[in-house]
Design a protein around this ligand. Structure first.
Ligand code: ZN
Length: 269
C-alpha cells in the first residue's frame, strides 16, 4: 500500500486506519493474511511487526518501509483488494485496523508495531459471507467440533428467542471449553436479555480475562452496570471498550450518560 514517506514517529496509544487482507485457507482454518508478506494473522491476537529488509532495527523505522501499513483514507487501501493471489487465497477483504506501540505517521497513513483487525467489510454477498466466516473462525471457534456444534445450537436458540435453552447450551460450552472466550460472552448476552445483570457481569469479566480485546464484552458489562445503577463501574467498562475500539459512538454516548449519573471521570483501575 502506498502510504508515502514517513513524516514522524512516536509511541501512540492507538490509531485506526484502513488496510486490505487476504483471506487464506490454513491447516487451522480460515485466517487473515497480509497482502504483501506471508504473515498469517492469528485470531484474537495482536500481530507484532518485524522488519523484512534484514536491517537490525525494531519495526517500524521512520526511514524504512516496515511495520503494519494502514491508510488514512479507505480509498488508498481499496487498490489492494485486487492482485495476483496464491492458490490458498480465497479472496481479499477491506477493513479497519488498530495500530499501537511505536507508530510512524506517513504522508497517507501509518506504519505500526502492533496491529489488531477491528472490522472487516465486503462489497458483495460472496465476500460478505467469507468475511463473516472469518470473524466466526476468529471469535467463534472453540477448537473442538462437538463444542462448536453446541455453540451453534446456542446461537440458533438465541435467534429463535428460546433464551432458557440458549443459556443452558452456552453453559455446556463453558463446561467443555472454559478457555473459549466466546462461550462466556454469548452466555453474558443471554443473561443480559433475561435481566440477570449480575450474572451477565460475571460472564463479561470471564470473557475479558480470556480475550482482553473483546470490546463487545466491555461495553455489555457497562450496560449491565447501568441497569444495576452502578454508574461508576459502568463508566469504567465503557472507557475500557473505547480504549479497545475508539469509534464506538453508542458506547461514547453511554459513557456520557454514566458520567452524568455520577460515574466520575477518573479510572478506578
Ligand atoms: Zn525496517
Amino acid at each position: 500500500m502506498n502510504i508515502g514517506e514517513g513524516v514522524r514517529s512516536g509511541n501512540r496509544e492507538r490509531v485506526v486506519g484502513w488496510r486490505a487482507w487476504t483471506v487464506i485457507e490454513t491447516k487451522d482454518g480460515v485466517r487473515l493474511g497480509s497482502v504483501i508478506y506471508d504473515t498469517v494473522w492469528q485470531p484474537t491476537e495482536q500481530a507484532i511487526a518485524v522488519c523484512h529488509c534484514d536491517r537490525l532495527h525494531d519495526a517500524p523505522a521512520i526511514a524504512c518501509t516496515c511495520g503494519f501499513h494502514a491508510a488514512r483514507d479507505p480509498v488508498d487501501a481499496l487498490t489492494y483488494l485486487h492482485g495476483r493471489d496464491e492458490p490458498r487465497t480465497l479472496c481479499r477483504v477491506l477493513g479497519e485496523v488498530r495500530l499501537s506501540g511505536l507508530v510512524v505517521e506517513t504522508e497517507g497513513g501509518y506504519r505500526g508495531a502492533v496491529a489488531y483487525p477491528m472490522r472487516l467489510y465486503a462489497n458483495d454477498l460472496e465476500l460478505a459471507a467469507t468475511a463473516e466466516a472469518i470473524l466466526w473462525s476468529a471469535w467463534c471457534r472453540s477448537g473442538d467440533p462437538e463444542t462448536d456444534r453446541i455453540f451453534r445450537a446456542g446461537v440458533e436458540s438465541m435467534q429463535q428467542q428460546k433464551l432458557a435453552d440458549a443459556e443452558e447450551l452456552f453453559s455446556r460450552v463453558i463446561e467443555l471449553k472454559p478457555d473459549f472466550a466466546e462461550g462466556w460472552n454469548k452466555r453474558a448476552t443471554v443473561r443480559f436479555v433475561r435481566r440477570n445483570f449480575a450474572g451477565s457481569v460475571a460472564d463479561c469479566q470471564q470473557t475479558l480475562a480470556r480475550n482482553p480485546n473483546h470490546f463487545g464484552a466491555a461495553s455489555g458489562q457497562g450496560l449491565c452496570h447501568m441497569s444495576l445503577n452502578e454508574f461508576r463501574e459502568a463508566a469504567i467498562s465503557f472507557r475500557r471498550a473505547l480504549e479497545i475500539h475508539p469509534h464506538l459512538d453508542a458506547v461514547r454516548h453511554n459513557l456520557a450518560l454514566a458520567e452524568a449519573e455520577g460515574g466520575g471521570s477518573g479510572y478506578l483501575n
